[in-house]
Ligand binder design. Structure first.
Ligand code: ATP
Ligand code: RIB
Length: 301
């Protein structure tokens, strides 16, 4: 089973700030760091560090060399990433405040250059048994979802960042949906975690749902089973890519035959380590570090 992640690649410009800039305010940042990010790239690196054979598909501009290098260094295959000389790479301007919280301004750039021809070329080598990972930072998602479903791939959607384009997708073609509470509410119309899950499963009975709850942990549900795992406490430095780390580790574990509870446990440990480190993809831990953390953790199942 291979993982194909058709997703974004961003240069992240991270500004340390005492508080998020307010309307009309000019605020001096105390530090600028440049990292490789994008929900797509982060999730590919999380899958690879978790141990999955991972192929990334997407688009970068001519200054996107460091994004490709970061994927390759993590062991992700990049032959399906196209380089465009006439478009800027996607980027994100991230403010990181003293509590480790962030707010993010995105510029899609090359991430929005997905073409119909590219979709067919990318999907050609994948089929039944392969997993397709998607986020909402590239264009043409509806066509990618329906064509991957037709090919028999397992479609996993992380509809993040959420916007109205998600309503254009045929959710019946989505096998696994991984959402935080905001995204879960936008799709289900419900705000309580149990109600989000019940509504999603009654609308899409064959769907498998993962709902992440920030500091309150994460849960999994399908028509036959439920599982929950709390967070593993961490000294929070920067929460950027906590959700991406969780996603890669959770689905890698599940693909390798773990139960949903075991996958939640592994993903919770991985994302706990990620929030204790600065940056997006650089904060994603390797499998050895996650296993070492879990070896000192007492399970409360
Ligand atoms: P982000 O957009 O910040 O990457 P998200 O909104 O997609 O994250 P969250 O639900 O905030 O997703 O976090 C994903 C998972 O990360 C949580 O389910 C939890 O396991 C872990 N996590 C989040 N915050 C913390 C924290 N403060 N300490 C430890 N683990 C955390
Ligand atoms: O999920 C974190 C990511 O969101 C950052 O790396 C940034 O590029 C934005 O896409």
């Amino acid at each position: 089973m291979k993982v194909l992640n058709f997703g974004s690649l961003n240069l992240d410009y991270v500004y340390d700030v005492p508080h998020f800039v307010r309307a009309g305010e000019t605020l001096a940042s105390t530090r600028l760091s440049t990292f490789c990010g994008g929900k797509g790239l982060n999730q590919s690196i999380a899958f690879a560090r978790a141990g999955a054979q991972t192929v990334h598909a997407g688009n970068v501009g001519k200054e996107g060399g460091m994004l490709l290098d970061a994927l390759r260094e993590a062991g992700v295959q990049t032959s399906l990433v196209s380089v465009h000389d006439d478009v800027a790479s996607g980027h994100a301007i991230i403010q990181n405040n003293a509590d480790g919280e962030n707010c993010i301004l995105l510029y899609g750039g090359a991430n929005m250059c997905v073409s119909e021809e590219q979709i067919d070329r990318v999907l050609a080598d994948f089929g039944k048994g392969d997993l397709l990972m998607l986020q909402n930072e590239i264009n043409c998602l509806p066509a990618i979802v329906s064509r991957a479903h037709e090919r028999g791939m397992t479609v996993v959607l992380n509809p993040s960042p959420f916007n109205e384009r998600i309503y254009e997708l045929d959710m019946a073609c989505v096998d696994y949906l991984i959402v935080n509470e905001t995204e879960g509410e936008a799709i289900s119309g419900k705000s309580e975690p149990d109600a989000i899950i019940e509504t999603l499963l009654s609308t899409y009975p064959d769907m498998h749902v993962v709902l992440t709850l920030g500091k309150n942990g994460a849960c999994y549900a399908d028509k036959d089973s439920r599982a929950f795992h709390p967070i593993l406490p961490a000294a929070v430095v920067d929460t950027t890519a906590a959700g991406d780390t969780f996603t890669g580790y959770f689905f890698c574990e599940l693909m390798q035959g773990s139960t949903p509870y075991e996958a939640l446990r592994m993903a919770s440990a991985a994302s706990s380590l990620a929030v204790s480190r600065k940056g997006a993809s650089v904060s994603i831990p390797c499998r050895e570090d996650v296993c070492a953390m879990l070896s000192t953790y007492t399970d409360k199942e």
